[in-house]
Design a protein around this ligand. Structure first.
Ligand code: 3PG
Length: 306
């Protein structure tokens, strides 16, 4: 009987686990659950004789992969796969997949929720501003970016986008102005929402030179990855510009400095909350399990990343 390990420091909602288990039971596979584990050793021990692994942002390092003697597939139940060592997986003949789009609406709803909260001064009772009529620049028009655009249009925001990997036709077909040049979008958009992955090209790419272009009362929203921000550059622009605000679903490394210096102009969730809804957990968890079953039963390699 194949063993499928669900290893999540940040657990799935109970309803998601129930649906994942039902699918695995039906396929004749055994589901093992490792939740809220506190040290790496727990994961190393748990992967030893499993055939498949489902994770969220859990780190699947070369060490983990080397410990997993029977492992054939890892599915990252979510979009970003910067937590998985793809080269080490390939070396170990382990297929890696993600479940793109499954948690996109959850992240997008959080983006707008955070924006409203900041526009209303974190609900401190003072007069705030509205989103209607303001320009929102979407930096990367993938699954999350598209959902942010859809919801922001409901707020009657002027939504624009920049994504060098998505054709203008696609962006314009959704009724958005498409920018060819990232600087131009930053110049025009009071709000910028980041949806780029963390990789060699993007790490620290959101830097002082880019941020200084943003117009008055700039608000930067980061529900992507903390690594894409050049924190020194962000600290510099926030020092120079008392109108500049930063909202993030991931606390920066220099969290204490941001909090002590710019308390009214920042907000960080206590842990990554974007995909933390029952619906997103069900979507991503069920998709992960289905992909594993289809991989073993039909050699289906859809969403293979390596
Ligand atoms: C993703 O990349 O899918 C999101 O950042 C969600 O990550 P999480 O599963 O750790 O909440």
């Amino acid at each position: 009987m194949k063993k499928i390990l669900i290893a999540t420091v940040k657990p799935f909602a109970t309803a998601a686990i129930e649906q994942m288990k039902a699918l695995l039971d039906e396929a004749g596979y055994e589901m093992l659950l490792l939740e809220k584990y506190e040290d790496k050793q727990a994961l190393l021990d748990a992967v030893k004789d499993v055939d498949a692994l489902v994770v969220r942002s859990d780190k699947v390092t070369e060490e983990v992969l080397n410990h997993a003697e029977k492992l054939k597939i890892v599915v990252r139940a979510g979009a970003g796969y910067d937590n998985i060592d793809l080269d080490a997986a390939t070396k170990n003949n382990v297929v890696v997949m993600n479940t793109p789009g499954q948690n996109a609406n959850a992240v997008a709803e959080l983006v707008l929720g955070l924006m409203v909260m900041m526009a209303r001064n974190k609900y401190n009772g003072k007069s705030g501003t509205e989103l209607k009529g303001k320009t929102l620049g979407i930096h990367a028009y993938g699954n999350v970016g598209k959902n942010v655009a859809r919801i922001a249009k409901g707020f009657e925001m002027n939504v624009v986008a920049y994504d060098p990997y998505v054709s203008s036709e696609i962006v314009e077909c959704d009724g958005l102005k498409d920018y060819e040049n990232v600087e131009d979008m930053y110049r025009d958009a009071q709000y910028i929402s980041l949806h780029i992955p963390a990789n060699e090209q993007t790490i620290k790419s959101i830097n002082y030179d880019l941020l200084k272009l943003m117009p008055e009362n700039a608000v930067l929203i980061n529900t992507a990855r903390k690594e894409i921000i050049d924190e020194d550059g962000l600290l510099k622009i926030m020092t120079e510009r008392p109108d500049f605000k930063y909202i993030s679903d991931i606390a920066p490394d220099k969290k204490e400095e941001f909090e002590s210096r710019f308390a009214d102009r920042i907000f960080f969730t206590p842990k990554k909350m974007g995909a933390q809804t029952a619906e997103a957990n069900i979507n991503a968890g069920v998709a992960a399990v289905k992909q594993i079953i289809n991989f073993f039963e039909k050699n289906d390699l859809t969403y293979k990343l390596n």
